[in-house]
Write a protein that binds this ligand. Structure first.
Ligand SMILES: [Zn+2]
Ligand SMILES: [Zn+2]
Length: 366
């Protein structure tokens, strides 16, 4: 940042109103509106948003499915994946400076429950989702608790920085069980599934089989280092034959949210196999618990990131040469949000990024 930016005050630099991509009614769609710029309370910072990622959660909110109708109370500014710069810091935000490039942990935890007090904040039962239960980052500015802020290194690539949240999901999932020498199946090659592939390879997986119906995403999965890609979970048996591992997969990662994918994945695990469930099915999935018991399978739910262990692991993996930004396929100006959400909903996209301002406007790398 420039020295000049460090002296900026709210009054000089932050306009009274801002653009926000608002869920303004209980129904499908989002509307780009002019709203009041929020003011940070004690312990909060105001961030100027540079780029935001469109996540599956945002697509649920956008199309207003049963989960969204049950969970979201309009008016709400959705969005939780972002990179921005701190433009104002209230009292009690020590250590954060004006001009710093930041993202934030979108799972805002209570700080007082036994898990929070035991440094297991990812298990907080009172977690509030940024852009779900409080206003998020699809706006020119956003207010965030300082305790949730992740400070990027100076000069960080913006498409990499905006991915810390979903890449963190992938990294958390991939570190759940040891992968060295293991035959791994991933069902679903959305952005998180895609970003999991190189991490699994880096962690020593012997083979990574990816199930994904979209040919575009299968191609992306191959580029990410998948050993075998197949269109349906019914093809898992063939993939095992090709790998000469007929007894099943050692580790499975369900990242599609499709009930059939979870059922098929469980059916193709080896005895003693371990399954990470990250995808969110939109209805209960019947499970043969006798089969889980007799084949001694382990099923582990994974949500979000370990706070902030996973964020440090993300940094280390970037240093090791893993490039999650390879899954970014589209950039749209925030004003073109209708098209951006259309593309993000299609199966032709990897990660879709909304650009809220240019680096030069933000003084970034000035
Ligand atoms: Zn997300
Ligand atoms: Zn808590």
């Amino acid at each position: 940042m420039t020295a000049a930016a460090a002296t900026v005050t709210i009054a000089e630099r932050v306009p009274a109103t801002m653009r926000a991509l608002l869920k303004d009614h209980a129904g499908p769609g989002l509307r780009l509106c002019e709203v009041s710029t929020p003011t940070p309370a004690d312990g909060e910072v105001l961030v100027r948003v540079l780029r935001t990622g469109v996540c599956g959660t945002d697509l649920h909110i956008h199309r207003w499915d049963t989960w969204a109708a049950r969970t979201i109370r309009p008016p709400l500014i959705p969005g939780h994946e972002f990179v921005g710069e701190v433009v104002a810091a209230a009292a009690g935000t020590g250590g954060l400076r004006i001009g710093q490039t930041v993202s934030a942990e979108g799972h805002l935890v209570c700080g007082n429950c036994r898990h929070c007090r035991h440094a297991e904040r990812h298990l907080c039962p009172r977690t509030r989702g940024l852009g779900i239960l409080r206003d998020g980052v699809f706006a020119d500015y956003a207010v965030l608790p300082a305790t949730a802020i992740w400070q990027h290194r100076p000069g960080v690539d913006l498409d990499t920085a905006v991915l810390f949240d979903p890449f963190g999901n992938a990294v958390h999932a991939a570190h759940t069980f040891p992968l060295r020498g293991k035959v791994v199946a991933i069902t679903g090659a959305g952005p998180i599934g895609l970003m999991t592939i190189p991490v699994a390879r880096y962690l020593g997986a012997h083979a990574v089989v990816v199930v994904e119906p979209s040919p575009h995403r299968r191609r992306l999965a191959q580029r990410q280092g998948a050993t075998i890609t197949c269109p349906g979970s019914a093809d898992l048996a063939r993939a095992l034959r090709d790998l000469d591992r007929l007894d099943g997969f050692d580790v499975g990662m369900e990242m599609s949210g499709h009930p059939e994918a979870l059922t098929e994945l469980l059916a193709h695990m080896s005895c003693g196999g371990r399954v990470v469930v990250l995808g969110l099915p939109d209805r209960p999935v019947p499970t043969d618990w006798a089969d889980i018991s007799t084949r001694m399978l382990t099923v582990q739910g994974v949500s979000g990131r370990r706070i902030f262990d996973t964020w440090h692991q993300v940094s280390a993996l970037l240093d090791a040469g893993i490039r999650p930004a390879a899954v970014v396929t589209h950039h749209f100006a925030a004003a073109d949000h209708v098209e951006a959400f259309e593309v993000a909903t299609s199966t032709t996209a990897g990660k879709v990024i909304l650009v809220w301002t240019s680096e030069r406007d933000a003084g970034y790398r000035a």
